[in-house]
Write a protein that binds this ligand. Structure first.
Ligand code: 8YV
Length: 299
């Protein structure tokens, strides 16, 4: 089966693909009817150029940019890589929670600028993390991994979720109540029509003064213009790994001390990326053998 991969995906499993061509989608110039499977990283799939496509194997758990409705209507199977990136993404959420809450980047910049002139007591006082309240939006696999880490920091955990679940990982709250009560809010929901702009200007205004918002999910879940307004005013703090128009980051954020910015690093550990490649390749080979897909996207 002829596979097109939009890049050489990391790790040894990629070498197991027998008939693979590596080419970014932006370089496809003509129709390629012989391509039956596409290995892709949440990029829009050009079905007009790939009329023979039967499988899209996504490198990543989120598949919001693939154009899934169109793929389904043409009978193209779609897989993703859930589970293997939960720990890495939860770890990054905590890195952002700690960095933002404890003003780590401001401290780093002060040292590098040669501006650390006072004593240990000279400013940069933060709010304590231990004992504070964490609100998790989306208690799926990644949200639960964040909740488990929160226990080690003695955080009180609130969560909100489309359907209320029975769990001892946190207390359920309606979204608006969670936003008003939490000291830190971390987003772990997929981007869907229901979650796009879920945190709009009204909901952002519910956050407490000095609250921390962390987003390692998708930029589109937050109204970015409203978020920029809240951050420019200095009312809240944020740790952001995702943006609406990646790799563009709103200019207004770049000089702000109350924001920590990372370039979509959620799954970016060697072990996790290699496991993502392995799961993607296993889905492709299962399809090729006519076996059930390992992780088809949910209906
Ligand atoms: C990927 C991600 O780096 O899995 C996801 O949903 O956002 C990241 O792990 C990105 O989607 C590229 O596939």
């Amino acid at each position: 089966m002829k596979v097109l991969a939009t890049r050489r995906y990391p790790g040894p499993a990629f070498e197991e693909l027998e008939d693979v061509e590596v080419q970014p989608l932006s370089e496809l110039r003509s129709t390629r009817p012989e391509i039956e499977a596409l290995a892709v990283a949440n990029e829009p799939v050009p079905l007009d150029l790939l009329p023979g496509l039967r499988l899209v194997a996504n490198f990543g758990v989120g598949y919001d940019r693939l154009g899934v409705d169109e793929l389904r209507s043409r009978g193209v199977a779609v897989t993703n890589t859930p589970g293997v990136l939960d720990a890495a993404t939860a770890d990054l959420a905590f890195a952002l929670i700690l960095a933002t809450r404890r003003r780590v980047v401001e401290g780093d910049q002060r040292v590098r600028a040669g501006a650390w002139s006072g004593s240990w007591a000279d400013g940069l006082l933060a709010e304590e993390l231990t004992g504070s309240t964490l609100g998790i939006i989306g208690l799926g696999r990644i949200g639960r991994a964040v909740a488990r880490r929160a226990q080690g920091f003695e955080l009180r955990v609130l969560y909100t979720q489309r359907t209320r679940i029975d769990t001892d990982l946190g207390e359920y709250r309606e979204l608006d109540d969670l936003l008003a009560e939490a000291d830190i809010v971390s987003i772990h929901a997929p981007r869907t029509p229901e979650t796009t702009s879920l945190l709009d200007a009204r909901r952002l205004s519910l956050l407490k003064d000095g609250a921390v918002l962390v987003n390692t999910a998708r930029g589109e879940i937050v109204d970015e213009t409203a978020l920029v307004g809240e951050l420019v005013s200095g009312r809240i703090r944020a740790g952001l790994d995702v943006y609406v128009h990646e790799p563009h980051v709103p200019d207004e954020l770049l000089a702000l001390p109350n924001v920590v910015l990372t370039p979509h690093l959620g799954s970016a550990t060697r072990q996790t990326r290699e496991a993502m490649t392995r799961l993607m390749v296993e889905n492709i080979t299962a399809f090729e053998r006519g076996e059930p897909l390992i992780t088809p996207i949910p209906d």
